[in-house]
Design a protein. Structure first.
Lengths: 208, 208
């Protein structure tokens, strides 16, 4: 299986199915139908079956899916059976929100370093993590490689930071800066654009 | 045209195409091909043509799209030809990041009110906006209706806040709280889940 074959929208739905399944696990449910997963994931049962079919054969006709087996399989598919080391570049409001959000640690993401170019921020302690100057970035990532780097810098410096991270072997970038990043084919980039989220809503407000 | 026929993933791509077109406008380009738009939007030229075909006939075979005409049409389709009044409920880190992010104002989103239940935060001024107590929410939205409400509260209070907003006539909710919200059919909800963004990357790291 290669990454290329699986659309990002499919991966996103797998994450949503997993959220539902974990809720059902907590409630003690043993099986769930594709209809129920579809309703929770905002899609159709045919789409649920198609999404899962990329990864193997799950569930029994008429019986549905085992909540425990399917959630375990999805955690494996999504790579959530391990912990990830995340470095954050940019100690502004969003960087701060990332560091302090308890949901990340719960899901296996450990924020292990935060960097900023502003000497006034360097040395501040955020949740026990000291903000370091970006000039320490290369040495820090060599000493303690990061699995994922979150870019929370102004747009004009983002690409330079990403180039440094890529040169240091980082293979996954979560980009909050308002620019398109250029990376080699073997590096995954996920762009988070909060203004785009609003535009889904303005479309809805104007098309009903 | 009804909202139901257009998938959220399509709307998202329209936003991305618009971003590209605005970049081309700034560079003085007059026309653009569906290939170029596709490359920038991370999709295929067939998908670009299909996405646009929902909304009318754009471009000329062999000549591509007029950058100015298509960006103007997309702004209209996405409802970006006007300004939107946004209220933020929750004055934590993410609420603060929303209020101070200049990109929203540039795109037509004016944050007009922010609320919190924590009396220590009430009265603080954020970018000239005073944090108000959530008990003032109903009166505030009656006096000055909001087009969009951003929910940036803890999960356990989110639904109650949304119910109050819906009763006051709010038709669009941007939800950052880690819960599924229940709303009537005529209310649009967009759920922003930062942990899901990380999972797109863990999938990529584990499937290449």
């Amino acid at each position: 299986m290669t990454m290329r074959k699986i659309a990002e929208s499919t991966v996103r739905r797998l994450s949503l199915y997993l959220r539902c399944l974990e809720g059902f696990e907590a409630q003690g449910l043993e099986t769930v139908s594709s209809d129920v997963l579809a309703a929770r994931g905002g899609t159709t049962s045919a789409q649920v079956r198609k999404d899962l079919s990329f990864f193997g054969s799950f569930g029994k006709r008429g019986l549905g899916y085992s909540v425990r087996e399917l959630s375990s399989a999805l955690r494996g598919i999504l790579g959530l059976g391990r912990r990830y080391r995340v470095a954050v570049i940019g100690a502004g409001k969003i960087g701060s929100a990332l560091v302090q959000y308890p949901g990340f640690r719960q899901r296996g993401f450990d924020i292990v370093a935060i960097f900023d170019a502003d000497t006034r921020k360097v040395g501040e302690a955020w949740d026990g993590l000291r903000v370091r100057h970006v000039r320490e970035l290369d040495q820090a990532l060599r000493d303690q490689p990061a699995d994922i780097v979150a870019i929370v810098t102004p747009g004009e410096v983002a690409q330079g930071m990403v180039d440094r991270c890529v040169a240091l072997g980082v293979k996954a970038i979560l980009n909050f800066a308002p620019v398109q990043l250029q990376v080699p084919d073997d590096v995954a980039v996920k762009h988070v654009n909060l203004a785009l989220e609003f535009e889904t809503l303005t479309f809805a407000l104007n098309n009903r």
